[in-house]
Design a protein around this ligand. Structure first.
Ligand code: HEC
Length: 196
C-alpha cells in the first residue's frame, strides 16, 4: 500500500464515520418523535373513548335511568362497592356506611357510622341527580368527603342507582325524563355544593 491509497483508506473510513453519525443524528430524534407521537395519539384516543371527557354527550340522570338495568346495577354494586359497603336492611357499616334506603335519605345519616365532617354537615337529601354526580366524582358533590371511589361510565352509574332505588321499603318514583340541557341540569349537584 503506498501513501496515497493509505490516505484514501483513512479518508473513506473518516467519511463513513461522519456519514454514519449524521444518519444516526437524523434517525434517533426521528424515532423518538415517532414514539412520542404514537403515545400521544393513543392517549388522545383513550380520552376520546372516556365518556367523562365528553361531558356534553352525557345524558341527564333521568334519561340514563330510563335505560337502566337493575340486575346489572346489582352486579356492579357487588363487584365495585362491596369492599366498603353493605346494602341489606340493617346491615353492618364497613369502610363506608350501609346503603339500604340511601336514595332519598339525608346525607350522612346512618347511625353508628363515623362520617367525614363534610358528609355529616351536608344537610341535604340524596337525590337521583346528586347520586349520579357523586358516583362520578364524590368530591364534586360533597367537598371533603372521604369516599374517593369513582364510577366514570354514566350508564353504570344509572344501573347502580336503579338498583340502590330498590333497596327501600317504599322506593321513590323514578324521575320524569328530562334532557340534560333543560335549564335545570345538575340541580342536585349544584344545590349540594351551595350547602357545603
Ligand atoms: C374504598 C371504599 C369505598 C368504595 C369502593 C365505595 N365507597 Fe361509597 N363511601 C365510602 C366512604 C368511606 C363513605 C363515607 C364518606 C364520608 O363520610 O365522607 C361512602 C359514602 C357513600 C355514600 C353516601 C352514604 C350516606 O349515608 O350518605 C354513597 C351513596 C356511596 N358511598 C355509594 C357508593 C357506591 C354506590 C359505591 C360503588 C359503586 C361505593 N360507594 C363505593 C367508601 C367507599
Amino acid at each position: 500500500m503506498n501513501f496515497n491509497s493509505a490516505a484514501a483508506a483513512v479518508l473513506v473510513v473518516g467519511i463513513s464515520a461522519m456519514v454514519i453519525s449524521k444518519v444516526g443524528d437524523i434517525l434517533v430524534p426521528e424515532t423518538r418523535f415517532t414514539y412520542e407521537a404514537a403515545a400521544e395519539a393513543s392517549r388522545d384516543s383513550a380520552e376520546a373513548a372516556d365518556p367523562v371527557q365528553k361531558a356534553p354527550s352525557e345524558p341527564s340522570v333521568s334519561e340514563a335511568l330510563a335505560n337502566a338495568d337493575v340486575a346489572k346495577g346489582q352486579k356492579l354494586v357487588q363487584s365495585k362497592c362491596k369492599s366498603c359497603h353493605s346494602w341489606n336492611k340493617g346491615g353492618r357499616n364497613g369502610t363506608g356506611p350501609n346503603l339500604y334506603g340511601v336514595v332519598g335519605r339525608k346525607k350522612g345519616a346512618v347511625d353508628g357510622y363515623s362520617y367525614s365532617s363534610a358528609m355529616k354537615s351536608a344537610g341535604t337529601d340524596w337525590t337521583y341527580e346528586s347520586l349520579y354526580e357523586f358516583l362520578k366524582r364524590p368530591s364534586a358533590v360533597v367537598k371533603g368527603t372521604k369516599m374517593a371511589y369513582r364510577l366514570r361510565k354514566y350508564q353504570q352509574r344509572a344501573d347502580v342507582i336503579a338498583f340502590l332505588r330498590t333497596l327501600s321499603d317504599s322506593p321513590l318514583p323514578l324521575p320524569e325524563i328530562k334532557p340534560k340541557n333543560d335549564g335545570d341540569e345538575q340541580t342536585g349537584g349544584a344545590a349540594d355544593r351551595k350547602s357545603d
